[in-house]
Design a protein around this ligand. Structure first.
Ligand code: FE2
Length: 335
């Protein structure tokens, strides 16, 4: 009898140990993340399962799964999608001293619905052989006649561009934002295609002279093992726009705990791990993003660009104006 009791207790323990898991729906597309989840598994014994898709697909999936969703955490590479998920009631509040201490107040939802994991700036790059950088001070500079046929941009379904335009709507109004988008389209070197890296490759190849890209992509090129990619990176000059006005547009990748999470404790533990010194230095050193943890420095290649004035717009605003930004892109035929 006593033996049986011990045995069943043991079995329960084993079962419980085996069911410790956390399920992530993620739109982040970087190898670093996989390594971080492995580190977390080793440390805690909690198994990390990942479903990867675009943020829109993941949000739709969360909506249709409702209470039956296996997801515990939603991770996106843009705050506007976290905003959308929260406004659809798909996330829940998290109360964590660790997260509140580490994540600066402007980089998390005020009630704990989401927290930034990393930060990135959307900057202007130019071909150092062809462009005098003193001609570029703002995002607006790219709409000047001298850049006609020289501007390379990815398409407008890309959330990074949508959030950049949303920041302009919030800061300067929709008319000014539309003028900018129209001015950019008028100066395009080609129809938008490819990702941020492709724009820089095109700049280096002389298909155009300027592009707008996220900082970590330039960091990746400059640190690449491929000579050809380093060569592309070295052709790029970098401008942090709007330093004399509102500051350069920044965005985050971030995480929120899903409303019907079955493993909330594990989910919070994982997010806390992702903002720890250890994980943050991986984000910084291996993916060239700006850490949000002040104890951690950016990678050398990023640090070399110096500090810059960031747009202080509340990140939620990028979500608030997302739909309007998409509408403007359609109106000006930015593909
Ligand atoms: Fe990206």
């Amino acid at each position: 009898m006593f033996k049986n009791l011990i045995l069943s207790l043991l079995m329960t323990n084993i079962l419980f140990a085996n069911t410790q898991e956390v399920n992530i729906y993620s739109h982040r597309h970087y190898d670093t993340d996989k390594q971080l989840y492995k580190m977390f598994e080793k440390k805690t014994g909690i198994k990390v399962n990942i479903v990867k898709a675009t943020a829109n697909e993941l949000i739709k999936r969360l909506e249709s799964e409702g209470k039956n969703s296996p997801a515990d955490i939603l991770i996106t590479s843009d705050v506007a999608r976290l905003y959308l998920a929260q406004s659809k009631g798909l996330l829940q509040k998290v109360d964590s001293k660790i997260l509140e201490e580490i994540v600066p107040i402007n980089l998390r939802h005020k009630d704990g619905y989401w927290f930034a994991l990393t930060k990135r700036a959307r900057v202007i790059v130019y071909n150092i052989d062809n462009v005098d950088p003193s001609t570029i001070t703002t995002y607006d500079s790219l709409t000047k006649p001298e850049f006609k046929g020289k501007v390379l941009m990815r398409n407008s379904s890309n959330i990074y561009n949508q959030s950049l335009l949303a920041s302009m709507i919030a800061n300067f109004g929709k008319e000014k934002a539309k003028q900018w988008a129209q001015g950019m389209v008028d100066n395009f070197a080609r129809n938008p295609r490819g990702n941020d890296i492709d724009q820089m490759k095109a700049v280096a190849a002389g298909l155009g002279d300027v592009a707008v890209v996220n900082t970590y992509y330039l960091g990746k090129l400059l640190s690449s093992r491929k000579f050809s990619e380093v060569a592309v990176g070295k052709k790029m000059g970098i401008v942090f726009p709007n330093q004399k006005t509102n500051g350069t547009h920044v965005n985050i990748s971030g995480a929120g705990v899903v409303k019907y999470s079955q493993n909330k404790e594990n989910a919070v533990k994982l997010i806390e791990f992702l903002v720890s010194n250890e994980a943050q230095s991986m984000f910084a050193q291996a993916n060239y993003e700006y850490p949000i943890n002040k104890n951690v420095e950016p990678a050398k290649v990023i640090k070399a660009w110096g500090t810059f004035k960031e747009d202080s717009l509340a990140l939620d605003e990028l979500g608030v104006y997302n739909e309007r930004a998409v509408r403007i892109f359609n109106e000006v035929h930015w593909k």
